[in-house]
Structures are given as C-alpha cells and as structure tokens.
Design a binder for this molecule. Structure first.
Ligand SMILES: [Zn+2]
Length: 183
C-alpha cells in the first residue's frame, strides 16, 4: 500500500471530513439542498444551490431553445414557474401574472418579451406568498430520471399556480389588464 492509498483511506474514514455536507434552505421554495461553494446567489429570492440546480435542470432546454419554438415555450414556462416560486420580498408578482397568461388565458409563452413592459406596469404587490409549495425544482430534478421535462415542467407550473390560490383574483385581474391593453 502506498502512502497515497493510506491517506485516501484515512480521509474516507474521517467522520468530521467531507461526508458532512452543509445544507441551506432556499428562501423562495424552501427546498433543503447541499450548499454550493462560491458567491451568494445571483437570483434574488433563491439560495445559490437552488438557483444552480434550476440552471442544471433546464440546461438542455436552453441549448435547444434557439432552434425549436416548442422548447423555447417550455423554457419560458419553466423560467416563470421558477420565478413565481422565488419572488423577492416586496417585488411585484410579474411571474405569477405570466403564469396566469400561459396557463389560464392560453397566451403563447413566446410573447413574453413583447408583454414584459405591460406585465411590469400592472403586476400586483401581493401581501403574502404561499405557505407551502407542492413541487419544487428539487422534486423536478429528482423525477428527471423517469419523466422528461416536456411532461414535468407543465405539471410543475400548474402546481405553482395552484399554490398561489389566495392571490388568484388579483393576479387574474392583472393578466386581463395586460391582454386588454394589447387589443
Ligand atoms: Zn428555491
């Protein structure tokens, strides 16, 4: 046995070493995830590990979105579902308004860029956010082995929208104002 092997064995057996991973609770979706090294999250309202997990989960969609409109629409839905679950404190709920447009008003998610200004104008500041979330990006990532994103993302978005239930009247009114302004 070489010295290197001995050191490797010792490291593996060390109960206070790398086996004890630090976790962090996401302030948005409250998923408990292993903390990732590096700077704090660049996504307001999300832990760094949650934001990183989302990026890994949708990486394939990002790579294909430029070539395929259905993938681009799916990526938009995923982006807004994630944002609606990670609304920073005090910010208008623009992502919830977008989810309402895509899921309840049949608006094409590819119109997101065109509608963004109007959505920002009318998005309500909601007094509270859902107490619990049915599905998080951690659930999504865990299911990805057996179900693919075109099935997972819409059901996740539906769950996020349903979790926002008490705010539906205010969000629907804003979504309809967006559509009325476009007529
Ligand atoms: Zn999160």
């Amino acid at each position: 046995m070489s010295d290197a092997d001995t050191r490797a064995d010792t490291a593996t057996a060390d109960p206070t070493g790398s086996a004890r991973l630090e976790t962090q609770v996401c302030p948005g979706c409250r998923a408990v995830l292993v903390a990732v090294p590096g700077p704090a999250s660049r996504v307001p309202g999300a832990s760094a590990s949650c934001a990183a997990l989302f990026e890994v989960t949708v990486r394939g969609l990002r790579e294909e979105a430029a070539q395929d409109v259905r993938t681009a629409a799916l990526l938009q839905l995923a982006t807004d579902a994630y944002a609606a679950q990670h609304l920073p404190d005090g910010e208008p709920a623009a992502a919830a308004v977008l989810l309402c447009l895509w899921l309840e008003r049949g608006t094409d998610p590819l119109r997101a860029g065109e509608l963004a200004g109007r959505v920002d104008d009318v998005a309500p500041r909601l007094p509270s956010r859902p107490a619990r979330w049915t599905t998080t990006v951690a659930d999504l990532a865990a299911d990805l082995d057996v179900v693919d994103l075109p099935a997972l993302v819409p059901s996740w978005a539906d769950a996020v929208w349903a979790d926002w239930g008490p705010a539906h009247p205010a969000v629907r009114a804003a979504a309809d104002a967006v559509l009325a302004a476009g007529r």
